[in-house]
Ligand binder design. Structure first.
Ligand code: DAH
Length: 339
């Protein structure tokens, strides 16, 4: 019996030493210590042992079981330690490697300029409002004193949806929609997309953006218009910027003007940028025509106002010295990243 036990022990230890995986160790445990394992079988055959020997054999079995358990446990711990060390070697993190760059979006150059324009006018007490891009002929033309037979209507090659509905050719209809609400005084700017059936080239696009501006109150004069736009030009293009008003014609303003700013590249000397003139045209404006006020339910004998319309792309191209408008619409990240 003793010999048998010694052999079992020897065999168990040999198998443990030869195990190279946790599953193997488990097999050894089941084979020797399990319910049907070799040691258990020995215990079951105790009845064949002489009674006076039983305590001794029992003690031996216990000692061998404890020994096998201990060695098993030791082997298990060793294997786990080795596995963990191997994993740690495999998963080494080099904290000195450069981090992955997070790609963050950019504001579009048009958006940068519009944000700036909005900031300037909000600072002067203006409200930013919006109007629909699909508009009635009435708001886009009629109510702005551009009747059906007016030549200005031809000039603004219009995309018509139906006879009465069109894609707005200008942001000026937002003037009418704001006046119709009947809340006075008015001090608003209305940025947005406009549409004209133009061929695409370096300076034209069938869809571009304007920023409309309007003030209606008692006692507004052309001097207010000049002061406002002069201040605006200074804030947008720099403190030294001068403005020049040239007489012009728009059906919805009387008198009307086009506004030039002194060239912010050469300061007015004349350069490639201002085509040698020292001045750059930036917007159209004027005093709101009494007929326009009246059509929207405002008494021109009590109220007066001024309005202006800025071409957003025009200013963006100037400010960033971009010489082709198409770059603004292609959304090539390599281009956009520069702003
Ligand atoms: N709507 C005009 C255009 O698209 C621009 C404009 C000129 C707007 C004078 C105005 C203005 O409000 O007073 O050409």
């Amino acid at each position: 019996m003793k010999e048998k036990l010694a052999k079992i022990k020897e065999e168990a230890l040999k198998q443990i030493a030869g195990s190279d995986a946790l599953e193997k160790l488990n097999e050894v445990r089941v084979n020797f210590l399990g319910k049907k394992g070799e040691l258990t079988t020995v215990l079951k055959s105790m009845k064949d042992v002489a009674p006076e020997e039983r305590p001794k054999v029992g003690q031996m079995v216990n000692e061998i079981r404890d020994e096998i358990e201990r060695v098993l446990e030791q082997a298990k711990t060793q294997m786990e330690t080795k596995a963990r060390e191997a994993a740690m070697k495999r998963e080494v993190i080099d904290v000195t490697l450069p981090a992955k760059k997070n790609l963050v979006g950019h504001r579009h150059p048009n958006r940068i300029v519009l944000d700036e324009v909005e900031r300037i006018f909000i600072g002067m007490g203006y409200e930013v409002v919006e109007g629909p891009e699909v508009e009635y002929d009435y708001y886009n033309f009629e109510a702005l004193n551009i009747p059906a037979d007016h030549p200005a209507k031809d000039e603004q090659d219009t995309f018509y949806v139906t006879n009465e509905i069109l894609l707005r050719t200008q942001t000026s209809p937002v003037q009418v929609r704001t006046m119709e609400k009947g809340k006075l005084p008015i001090r608003m700017i209305a940025p947005g997309r406009v549409f004209r059936s133009d061929e695409v080239d370096a300076t034209h696009s069938p869809s571009f953006h304007q920023i409309e501006g309007m003030i209606v109150d008692k006692g507004i004069t052309f001097a207010d218009l000049k002061g406002t736009l002069a201040q605006f030009a200074k804030e947008l293009f720099g403190e030294k910027t001068k403005v020049k008003f040239r007489p012009h014609h728009f059906p919805f303003t009387e008198p009307s003007a086009e506004v030039d700013v002194s060239c912010f590249k050469c300061g007015g000397e004349g350069c490639r940028f201002c085509k040698g003139s020292g001045w750059i045209e930036i917007l159209g404006c004027g005093m709101v025509h009494p007929k326009v006020l009246k059509m929207s339910g405002i008494d021109p004998d009590v109220y007066s106002g001024f309005a202006f319309g800025i071409g957003l792309e025009r200013i963006t191209l100037l400010k960033y010295e971009i010489d082709d408008m198409r770059l603004l619409y292609e959304n090539d990240v390599r281009f956009l990243k520069q702003f």
